[in-house]
Ligand binder design. Structure first.
Ligand code: NAD
Length: 476
């Protein structure tokens, strides 16, 4: 019988007789069995974090920084096994799993440095009055994490939380909780106090919901869908708890006639095939000037045809989707896309042979869609690119901004004035010019406009979300 992995609470592993199976998306087989935490385990985790935070908030910055760096070193010491675990539970190609482990370590290193220069302010209001602002932690922070980049996403909010004197309760996604559990252990092995990092596994509607409403939580970092983000925002509003909402996207690459297509093509392809398109910042819409439309679409179709699909250990261009449900959902969008546009490439389920019972689909390219179509508007979360064309800059901006999302955009042009106008006018949290890709830049503040969320993680901005400002006014 498979061992049941307990939740990590106060340094102990807790089980409760209720379990959740974690599948390997490359094979469909059971990879591990975790505990489905309920309100009792969540309560124990929040109490442990509250207790630990009483002294952690007083620990010197230099000591916090040292421990964060130690976590980064321990992650890198087991980069290979963490990378394999990340790929096994998500299906992402093994080179991406290794890279995600490295980026997780980068967050701990980055915030180890950033916290050392995270100064508030002091000034004299008048001859007798000194004003000092202090950054104070929220207390216990909750981290609700999706399955697509578990290590990277947890790394960014956990490292910034611990750096600023908070303690944490982490709820990884039920589909991919294994690296979150290991990261929790690594933090304790690095010397973080028992209870400072707790990991409660289980289903969103039960474990996640219980964590969200727990009165001991002072801040919630949520990364996931708009739908669940709304539920959590409502719960947080009841208790007036601050939240960071890192939600979905339907991000565009906008390609002008003066773009360097040699440079643009591979980046655009990677932006939608990376992690099989299951990336919040995936470049899911191609908005292209009519003069270069045919050329670019045929280049992309060629690259889609050349992309390898397979199990994570073969290090293909793209692995499987996360679940059978997600695969069926993507295939339903293929049918919708066939009606709303022209299928240029792909659209099929892949099974048998090396695909076995895994959750594989071909990359899919749908051309000639309009801004009202569902495949243009909705986040599909698969290797699924839709194409719309424009004739002038105003149309390009209108198309780029025509969804409810505003996470990332790419602009491809050799005209610097046009590039600047696009950066100004496109409504998104990050706008790349002649480049695309939010992952990798731990230094770059990241987060959404519109329904892609609010609050910022990553970079120095990430620290601000984890503190509240207290102003002391001392009159001589
Ligand atoms: P999801 O919203 O279904 O789940 C995210 C997390 O919330 C999981 O841990 C889940 O267990 C938990 N959850 C579910 N219901 C809950 C509830 N009622 N109360 C509390 N917690 C609950 O998202 P997903 O399918 O895991 O991830 C895909 C989504 O995440 C996509 O929309 C993607 O764009 C988004 N995403 C955003 C970012 C970003 O930084 N903006 C990054 C990655 C993914």
């Amino acid at each position: 019988m498979t061992e049941v992995l307990g939740a990590l609470v106060g340094g102990e592993r807790l089980t409760n007789g209720r379990t959740v199976e974690v599948l390997n998306p490359s094979t469909g087989a059971v990879l591990a069995v975790t505990t489905d935490c309920g309100p009792e385990e969540i309560d124990a985790a929040v109490r442990a974090a509250t207790e630990a935070q009483r002294s952690w908030r007083l620990v010197a910055v230099a000591e916090r920084s040292k421990l964060l760096r130690r976590v980064a070193q321990l992650i890198m010491a087991e980069q290979e096994s963490l990378g394999v675990l990340e790929s096994a539970q998500t299906g992402k190609p093994i080179s991406q799993g290794r890279r995600d482990a490295e980026l997780c370590a980068r967050y701990f290193d980055f915030y180890a440095s950033a916290i050392e220069t995270f100064y508030a302010s002091a000034f004299s209001l008048d001859a007798r009055t000194e004003v000092v602002t202090r950054f104070e932690p929220h207390g216990v922070t909750a981290h609700i994490v999706p399955w697509n980049y578990p290590l990277q996403i947890l790394g960014r909010s956990l490292a910034s939380s611990l750096a600023t004197g908070n303690c944490a309760v982490v709820k990884p996604a039920e589909e991919a909780p294994l690296t979150g559990l290991r990261l929790g252990e690594i933090c304790l092995e690095a010397g973080f106090p028992l209870g400072s990092v707790n990991v409660v596994t289980g289903m969103g509607e039960t474990a996640g919901a219980a964590l969200t409403v727990h009165p001991g939580i002072g801040h919630i970092s949520f990364t996931g869908s708009v739908e669940v983000g709304r539920i959590i925002s409502h719960a947080a509003a009841e208790r007036l708890v601050p939240v960071t909402m890192e939600l979905g996207g339907k991000s565009p690459n906008v390609v002008f006639a003066d773009a360097d297509l040699d440079r643009a093509t591979p980046v655009i392809v990677n932006s939608i095939l990376q992690n099989a398109g299951q990336t919040c910042s995936a470049g899911a819409r191609l908005i292209v000037h009519r003069d270069v439309h045919d050329e670019l679409v045929s280049r992309i179709a060629e690259k889609f045809a050349a992309a390898s699909v397979g199990p994570y250990q073969d290090d293909p261009t793209l692995g499987p989707l996360i679940t059978a449900n997600q695969r069926e959902r993507v295939l339903r969008y293929v049918e919708i896309g066939r009606q709303e546009g022209t299928l240029v490439f792909g659209g099929n389920r892949l099974s048998g042979g090396k695909y076995g019972e895994g959750f594989f689909v071909e990359p899919t390219l749908i051309d000639g869609v309009d801004a009202q179509s569902r495949v243009f508007q909705e986040e599909i979360f698969g290797p699924f690119l839709v194409v719309a064309s424009f004739d002038n800059d105003d149309e390009a901006v209108a198309l780029a901004n025509a969804t409810r999302y505003g996470l990332v955009a790419g602009v491809w042009t050799s005209n610097i004035s046009r590039a600047q106008r696009m950066v100004r006018d496109i409504v998104a949290g990050q706008v790349f010019v002649n480049a695309y890709g939010a992952s990798g830049g731990v230094e770059l503040p990241f987060g959404g406009f519109k329904e892609s969320g609010y609050g910022r993680e990553k970079g120095a901005e990430g620290l601000r979300g984890m503190v509240q400002v207290k102003t002391s006014i001392v009159v001589a």
